[in-house]
Design a protein around this ligand. Structure first.
Ligand SMILES: [Zn+2]
Length: 166
């Protein structure tokens, strides 16, 4: 079963796995911040499982190009990210049966942080607890889930199969 760990421990683990990359998202795409669990990958878009999550089943989508503002993201590129986000949200709804599926582009406004990035990305987050609100879902204050490698591979493969069926 995925295990909840405190925020401070998660941040320490991330630092030990990937150091302090110039761009967290680009480093993830290159597999430099721990093992990359990709659900889908093509020339433009990477769909992957973030390895520290507040809600189990969380998926991220990023454009492979290093873009940090919508002004610098061509509409063709952001459309591909959005279409992938919709596809992921549909598969998460069908597999995880959450009460709600959050779909959001957040990211850091303060440069690269240990757990966030300036590089544009989308989150797809299954929300199961009726008490959950965005402020808690997008915070690590209550801790984050980690899992064993076979659990990540199992989730990735379930999502890959569903992606292929969508
Ligand atoms: Zn980047």
């Amino acid at each position: 079963m995925p295990t909840m760990i405190p925020r401070a421990e998660a941040l320490a683990r991330i630092r030990s796995e990937g150091g302090d990359p110039e761009c967290l998202m680009c480093a993830i795409a290159r597999g430099e911040v721990g093992e990359l669990h990709a659900v889908h990958e093509d020339d433009d878009v990477l769909v992957f499982l973030p390895r520290y999550v507040r809600c189990w089943g969380h998926v991220c989508i990023m454009p492979k190009a290093h873009v940090t503002s919508y002004a610098s993201a061509p509409i063709e590129l952001w459309s591909k990210v959005s279409i992938a986000g919709h596809r992921v949200a549909r598969l998460v709804e069908s597999l995880e049966r959450p009460r709600r599926c959050y779909l959001a582009s957040t990211g850091s406004s303060a440069g690269e942080l240990t757990q966030s990035s300036m590089h544009l990305h989308l989150h797809v987050i299954p929300v199961h607890d009726p008490e959950d609100r965005p402020a808690s879902v997008f915070s690590w204050q209550e801790g984050v889930f980690v899992a064993e490698r076979d659990e990540w591979i199992g989730l990735r493969d379930r999502y890959r199969e569903a992606w292929a069926r969508m």
